[in-house]
Design a protein around this ligand. Structure first.
Ligand code: FCB
Length: 473
């Protein structure tokens, strides 16, 4: 039973000490400095430099220039009182070609980042892979090639040996759904391939990479860190007679294709059946499922909005509102006959519907499915068209979005969910993948000409929440 406002606009709700509140970013989205210190090209460098792939032709060449502004960005985090900072490590800074000897300067950069966080009392949460695969590995098949999983584990061992005395939390992968289905199925993300079989191979090799990397990390770290993986769940709605079937299919492809092997040690039978016309899944080798199901300390949950589905009738104009850029290919191998309906607003600047009830439902559902697995919200936030006026950014819609989603999180905790923390996406406005710099998710505004950072009202709101431990009034 839920109590509080129907619209999730509660205030005053208190988060217990130990519930970690912070913010998140990712390497390619903020760092820039793509040629510094021996960094090799990633698939996102190639993709963003390919005409037509990114809105306005934007690239991450400079982005937030965070690589050169590390100290002042760390001070900014401290000024907001962040308890934790989730960042990702760029594999091509560590191994420019995706294998071989590490580049010391790359390791040193992340060493300075971790030390700077610890010096400011901020917990470092490191993600090993937030989509910037070394291009050299894509040239050998990328995530369709089983070897990539083993090379990823080698990379994890290198980073673990360098930072494994200080990083508090390791996350292997960020949103393998996007890497596999947007990267190899729809083509909206790098490397931009549109092959249903490749997408499913990528799913498995990413899962395998998680398992192998977790084993290697565990063997080399010397502190007592937490291990995790972050998934972006599809929270599915539907009110048509065909919706239950559509929901089952998308839940299998998008959610259970990951939670099944990662947490249960099996691929769902219905997923294998739904995709049988594409593959017999013989790329899953004997022993892989044992490797993939590694004990984790929590599951990272990224949530932004819901999806409403039904089976397409084959004749009426087809709705395709799955929240992802439509560039021709499908991110739904084997289930391209599922229709994603336009949902009721309000919407963020991404066109994503705002639905805090979806977050509450998701957290409760995950807790019911995996009662022994603690949860952390590793991303939640919203893009709006912010402007700086007289040195300030008033973003009441983002404050409202965050209020409603923190309320949802609080309600889930009240219903017994073991939710350990909440990291707002994002600390800084940044390179929003196929949308380039046209979408601003930051709680801190970035002027891309001057690189001036301006804390938005939402940033001040988050700081107040952390300071008081209560949802501000
Ligand atoms: C997630 C990504 C993150 C950011 C947000 C808006 O899918 O993990 O990098 O782009 O969406």
């Amino acid at each position: 039973m839920t109590t509080g406002n129907d619209d999730y606009r509660d205030s005053g709700l208190e988060f217990a000490p130990g519930f970690v509140i912070g913010s998140a970013t990712a390497s390619y989205q903020i760092e820039g400095a793509v040629h510094d210190d021996g960094r090799g090209p990633s698939i996102w460098d190639t993709f963003s430099h390919t005409p037509g792939k990114i809105v306005d032709g934007d690239t991450g060449d400079v982005a937030d220039d965070h690589y050169h502004r590390l100290e002042s960005d760390l001070d900014l985090m401290a000024s907001l009182g962040l308890e934790a900072y989730r960042f990702s490590i760029a594999w091509p800074r560590i191994q420019p070609l995706g294998s071989g000897e590490p580049v010391q300067a790359g390791l040193d950069f992340y060493g300075r980042l971790v030390d700077g966080l610890l010096a400011r009392g901020i917990t470092p949460i490191a993600t090993l892979y937030h989509w910037d695969l070394p291009q050299a590995l894509e040239d050998r098949g990328g995530w369709t090639n089983r070897e990539t999983a083993y090379l990823f584990a080698d990379y994890a061992a290198i980073v673990g040996a360098a930072l494994g005395d200080r990083v508090a939390t390791w996350t292997t992968l960020n949103e393998p759904w996007c890497s596999a289905y947007l990267g190899y199925g729809s083509g909206a993300h790098a490397p931009g391939r549109t092959e249903p079989l490749a997408a499913l191979q990528a799913v498995h090799h990413l899962n395998l990479a998680h398992g192998l990397a977790t084993q290697k990390l565990r063997a080399v770290v010397t502190n007592d860190p937490e291990f995790s993986v972050t998934l972006n769940f599809h929270v599915l709605r539907g009110d048509d007679a065909s919706s239950p079937e559509a929901i089952r299919r998308i839940d299998a492809l998008a959610n259970r294709a990951f939670t099944g092997p990662l947490l249960r040690g099996e691929y769902p039978a219905d997923l294998l059946a739904d995709t049988a016309a594409i593959t017999d899944w013989s790329f899953v080798h004997e022993g892989d499922l044992d490797t993939i199901r590694q004990p984790i300390d929590f599951l990272g949950v990224n949530y932004y909005s819901t999806a409403t589905v039904r089976m397409w009738d084959g004749s009426s104009p087809r709705e395709n509102a799955d929240g992802h850029k439509d560039v021709g290919g499908s991110p739904w191998p084997g289930s391209t006959d599922v229709e994603f309906q336009v949902q009721a607003g309000p919407y963020t600047a991404m066109g994503w519907n705002i639905a805090p009830d979806g977050l509450e439902d998701l957290l409760v559902s995950l807790h019911e499915q995996f009662p022994a697995t603690p949860l952390v919200i590793t991303e939640n936030g919203a893009a709006f068209d912010d402007v700086v006026v007289d040195g300030a950014v008033h973003d009441p819609e983002r404050v409202d979005y965050l209020r409603r989603h923190f309320t949802a999180a609080h309600r889930a905790i009240a219903r017994g969910v073991d939710l350990r923390g909440y990291l707002v996406w994002s600390l800084l406005d940044n390179f929003e993948w196929g949308y380039g710099f046209s979408k601003r998710f930051g709680i801190v505004h970035v002027d891309y000409d001057s690189q001036v950072r301006t804390v938005k009202d939402s940033g001040a709101w988050v700081a107040e929440l952390i300071g008081s431990r209560r949802i501000p009034g």
